[in-house]
Design a binder for this molecule. Structure first.
Ligand code: HEC
Ligand code: HEC
Ligand code: HEC
Ligand code: HEC
Ligand code: HEC
Length: 398
């Protein structure tokens, strides 16, 4: 335990964030001599011995798995010393300088395992230290009562520097928004989440990324991979279909009422809406099925945007259905499927066909299996096409 050196809160948020996310990050350097090994460790599990709640939550997230096999396979194809190439990915996926060092040694095969004395492993992905530590100083929000450490307080790791930046949406923009001069297609940056948010009601009301993705400060970061999270922001309406003579008419409406950016925000997921007639045994009759894609659909080489049918904040999307009723059809079914990793699955398949790609093959194969398994049915509802409809003779226009 050591006394807190300074209690002055950071005020200029943008200046703080520019420094904090200046990449490649500088190495943490030597920990203060008075730190215990536990305080000096960069391993998430070390933080977790005192911050159990955050550690438990973090472990369940994609931030903790940001160094998945899909990324690893691509890094394995790179030269062990190609720092700039590594950093093009690690700057977001595993940003600590100590993780870069660990990656280099592992790629060079000079270390049997990736356990380092400082506890930093590239395999840990986006860690506590990646967001909270610079030169072994902790940065974080004020306590919930608004207070911070006072000069002379005795706290582990010399307390922390209070900054409002952690509650600001720009904190997340460091990795979830390309710079204005970054890669864009059809006049839109390839990663544009912060700007989508800023242009929305949520941006105007300053309802931050954290308010939805870290409710009550919890380290949850749920997104498109989590059906409950998607349901929390997306309404789906499917009223009773109308049967007019031999035709079935219906409408499915999707409402983005609680997603603070486009649904989905990235080019990588695909959402597919299916409306079709089903036989008594529940199977969809193929000739009656209509499919609609909700995605920012780009070509594999990212040279072309084929379509952008994402649903913007507060937008209502309606799909009308009007087709002859097939004999034997007893219900109309509406189904919404989500493929969170559709783009990656296609990319991995293409990579595996590339004969020059060798060292990373095994990892990419594992990544393909993961990507193919992440899909789920978000919504499914059936409305009976009941025979209680009035006789045809009574219908208007007959
Ligand atoms: C030996 C126990 C211990 C270890 C290990 C530890 N911390 Fe802490 N940490 C504390 C205590 C105690 C506080 C002060 C809480 C208070 O006074 O409100 C604190 C405060 C913090 C805060 C500020 C919390 C706030 O309210 O804003 C952050 C951020 C933080 N620690 C991050 C980390 C990270 C990241 C690690 C690992 C790299 C870590 N800590 C390791 C005990 C520990
Ligand atoms: C992606 C960046 C990121 C990562 C990774 C991360 N945090 Fe945080 N942490 C934040 C942000 C942002 C806040 C403030 C949230 C807010 O104010 O709504 C925060 C808040 C905290 C707090 C204060 C919590 C409270 O209830 O007052 C602690 C303690 C903390 N983090 C520790 C950790 C530990 C330990 C880990 C790793 C297990 C970790 N963080 C990983 C971004 C991160
Ligand atoms: C240092 C870079 C970095 C920062 C800062 C960061 N993220 Fe992330 N985030 C990532 C990466 C990389 C992934 C993807 C991990 C993977 O799947 O490999 C990710 C994934 C996510 C996901 C899950 C997406 C999905 O497909 O389900 C959410 C949600 C998310 N981040 C929200 C946030 C929020 C909110 C903040 C700010 C508090 C934040 N992130 C800060 C790098 C970052
Ligand atoms: C600006 C931050 C950023 C940079 C730089 C970045 N990524 Fe990502 N990456 C993300 C985010 C955010 C996600 C999650 C969103 C998604 O699923 O599309 C992601 C997801 C992925 C995924 C799918 C999830 C997984 O972990 O398997 C792969 C593979 C990937 N990135 C590879 C790379 C590679 C290779 C590079 C370097 C050439 C790179 N990324 C550079 C932010 C970044
Ligand atoms: C009003 C609540 C809300 C706000 C504000 C919000 N999000 Fe989301 N976010 C969601 C919901 C709900 C989902 C799941 C649906 C989806 O994937 O679009 C999501 C999904 C995501 C995903 C998953 C990837 C994808 O393609 O959709 C990422 C990454 C993400 N949010 C980052 C952010 C960042 C960064 C901010 C701030 C700039 C932010 N979010 C603001 C609710 C919100």
């Amino acid at each position: 335990m050591h006394s807190v050196p300074s209690a002055k809160p950071q005020t200029d948020i943008q200046a703080f964030l520019d420094r904090h996310w200046q990449r490649p990050l500088a190495s943490q350097g030597e920990a203060p001599a008075a730190f215990t090994a536990q305080e000096a460790s960069l391993a998430p599990a070390a933080c977790g011995q005192c911050h159990a709640r955050q550690f438990e939550d973090w472990q369940t997230t994609l931030h903790a798995r940001a160094m998945g096999p899909g990324l690893l396979g691509q890094l394995q194809e790179m030269d062990p010393g190609a720092v700039d190439d590594h950093q093009a990915c690690l700057r977001c996926h595993a940003p600590l300088a100590e993780q870069e060092a660990d990656l280099q040694r592992t790629l060079a095969g000079s270390e049997a395992d990736s356990t380092r004395p400082d506890g930093a492993a590239f395999g840990h992905g986006l860690t506590c230290a990646g967001c909270h530590l610079r030169q072994h100083r902790r940065f974080g929000p004020a306590r919930r009562d608004g207070s911070g450490p006072a000069i002379g307080d005795v706290l582990p790791h010399d307390g922390w520097q209070v900054t409002e930046a952690f509650a600001d949406a720009r904190f997340c923009a460091a990795c979830h928004q390309f710079d204005p001069d970054g890669y864009s297609l059809n006049g839109k940056l390839l990663e544009n989440t912060y700007e989508e948010w800023r242009a929305s009601r949520y941006g105007r009301e300053n309802k931050t990324c954290q308010s939805c993705h870290m409710p009550d400060r919890r380290h949850l970061w749920r997104g498109i991979h989590d059906p409950e999270m998607v349901r929390s922001g997306l309404g789906i309406e499917f009223p009773i279909p109308t049967i007019m003579g031999d035709r079935v008419t219906a409408r499915v409406a999707l409402i983005n009422h609680g997603i603070g950016h486009a649904f989905p925000t990235y080019v990588t997921p695909q959402v597919i809406v299916e409306i079709g007639q089903a036989a008594r045994d529940g199977t969809l009759l193929p000739a009656t099925v209509e499919r609609h894609l909700i995605a920012r659909d780009v070509s594999l080489d990212l040279s072309e945007e084929r379509s952008d049918t994402r649903i913007l904040p507060d937008e209502v999307r309606r799909y009308d259905y009007n087709r002859p009723r097939l004999p034997g059809a007893t219900a109309l079914v509406a189904r919404v499927r989500v493929e969170p990793d559709a783009f990656y699955a296609e990319f991995y398949r293409a990579t595996l066909r590339d004969a020059d790609f060798t060292k990373g093959q095994e990892a990419i194969l594992a990544a393909l299996r993961d990507a193919e398994r992440s899909g789920y049915v978000l919504y499914e509802s059936r409305q009976a096409l009941s025979v209680t409809a009035r006789p045809d003779a009574d219908l208007p226009g007959r």
